[in-house]
Design a binder for this molecule. Structure first.
Ligand SMILES: [Zn+2]
Length: 113
């Protein structure tokens, strides 16, 4: 499961941010899952919970949202928003896409105490 390594690197970033802002405890975390990241919310929540154990983020509230991916369609020659790998280009259905964003996990916001 690649969710574990993603959670660990996200948590590293979160702890770093919290330290920089002088927070002792992280009370809330907002994560955004890219539509093409192949991350499942359930698996993400599970991994994040265990990654947070014994860290300042233990017991924090996790907010998860999805972001559509941005890709370049070679068929249409346009930048399009893609909802998933299977759906392909929303205009022509082509899978000749170059993914530009939305294949990652992003930390949008954190709340510290
Ligand atoms: Zn297209």
């Amino acid at each position: 499961m690649h969710e574990i390594s993603l959670c660990l690197s996200a948590l590293e970033l979160i702890e770093d941010q919290a330290r920089r802002h002088g927070g002792n405890r992280i009370t809330g975390v907002w994560l955004e899952i890219g539509a093409l990241s192949c991350i499942e919310e359930e698996a993400l929540r599970f991994c994040f919970d265990s990654a947070c154990r014994h860290t300042p983020a233990e017991g924090c509230r996790l907010h998860v949202s999805y972001a559509p991916a941005q890709a370049w369609c070679w068929q249409c020659g346009t930048r399009v928003s893609v909802q998933g790998y299977e759906s392909g280009c929303p205009r022509c259905g082509s899978h000749a896409l170059r993914v530009e964003s939305g294949d990652q996990l992003q930390v949008k916001q954190i709340e510290i105490d």
